[in-house]
Design a binder for this molecule. Structure first.
Ligand SMILES: C[S@@+](CC[C@H](N)C(=O)[O-])C[C@H]1O[C@@H](n2cnc3c(N)ncnc32)[C@H](O)[C@@H]1O
Length: 310
């Protein structure tokens, strides 16, 4: 480390990710969620025919990864943007085609640990949660300006929160709420005492849901997967690590769509609709090993899916 940029994030299922890209055509793999560059470093180190186009919407991640990967020279190029703008990233870095893409969804440990960014319920900070500081809407805006039914929808859709109605009502009654610990206290008080004592911090799901809403995380994912598949050469692979059911459902659905071409012909008959399949699903370990889960509890909820362009 030369500039003192600290970026603490342990990459998940690194060996499985490196294995997923063995044998894919030489060239650029898009690391759509560069973070601290842990996965990219492993991919670049494993194969000298491999280059990486790293994308992240978080300027701090790009700075840290740029430093970590500088020794790979022109084999590493980076672009600061959202991962659904793959064409923009390729044009900016003069990359014509992809050998594959990696999506390691969600937040990095660094984002949680940077208290002032407001992702964590564990320390007091302004309610922010924007991955990209250029974005207009923060968690503070959502918490203080959404009506109750919209808060219920966010809590249900993005975190399967059982107590969504109670929490939304409590938030509306307690406004204005500007601070992470104040929000965590309001949420904890809204949850019935027996439930509060089970299943981790009572505000964990609310913070997850707000973060996903603030950053539009699920809205951009299907588009990004479609574009990544469309820009990847034959034999290239798309690997996705997701961390909750809402993300995994989208990945499963888009991979199924591309692996069937949208064909709905009865399975006992030959396809007569002319659907074109663009990927095949690749069998890989879908979960981290028990040893990895033990070593890195953040990996426990990870699910890996891989598809190959045909
Ligand atoms: C789990 S971390 C990735 C960690 C990385 N694989 C590593 O080894 O350090 C997810 C990263 O993706 C970024 N990210 C999340 N959604 C994004 C999006 N829609 N567009 C671009 N970057 C995004 C976050 O800012 C974060 O840095």
């Amino acid at each position: 480390m030369t500039s003192g940029i600290e970026f603490a994030h342990v990459p998940v299922m690194v060996d499985e990710i490196v294995a997923a890209f063995v044998g894919v055509p030489a060239g650029f793999v898009l690391d759509a969620t560069l973070g601290g560059g842990g996965h990219s470093e492993a991919l670049l180190g494993a194969d000298d025919q491999r280059s990486i186009l790293g994308v992240d919407r978080d300027a701090a991640a790009l700075a840290a990864a740029g430093e970590r990967l500088a020794r790979f020279g022109d084999r590493f190029r980076a672009s600061h943007r959202r991962f659904d703008d793959i064409d923009g990233a390729m044009a900016e870095t003069s990359v014509d085609e992809l050998s594959g893409a990696l999506f390691d969804l969600g937040v990095s440990s660094h984002q949680f640990d940077a208290v002032e960014r407001g992702f964590s319920y564990r320390a007091s900070a302004p309610l922010d949660m924007r991955m990209d500081a250029r974005d207009a809407v923060s968690a503070r805006d959502l918490v203080n300006e959404s009506d109750e039914s919209e808060l219920v929808r966010i809590l249900r859709d993005y975190a399967d929160e059982r107590f969504a109605t109670r929490i939304a009502r409590a938030i509306v009654a307690a406004r204005p709420i500007d601070d992470t610990t104040r929000l965590a206290d309001v949420v904890a008080a809204a949850i019935p005492a027996p439930a509060r004592r089970r299943g981790g911090h009572p505000a964990k799901r609310t913070f997850q849901a707000l973060r996903i809403a603030v950053n539009g995380e699920l809205d951009v994912l299907p588009v990004a997967l479609d574009h990544a598949i469309g820009r990847t050469v034959k034999g290239g692979r798309i690997a996705v690590l997701s961390y909750h059911s809402g993300e995994d459902r989208i990945v499963k659905e888009r991979f199924r769509f591309h692996s069937t071409g949208g064909c709905q012909c009865p399975s006992h008959l030959p396809c007569g609709c002319g659907a074109e399949r663009t990927v095949k699903l690749v069998r890989v370990p879908s979960k981290p090993s028990a040893a990895e889960m033990e070593r890195n509890p953040r990996s426990t909820s990870a699910r890996l899916r891989v598809a190959e362009v045909i």
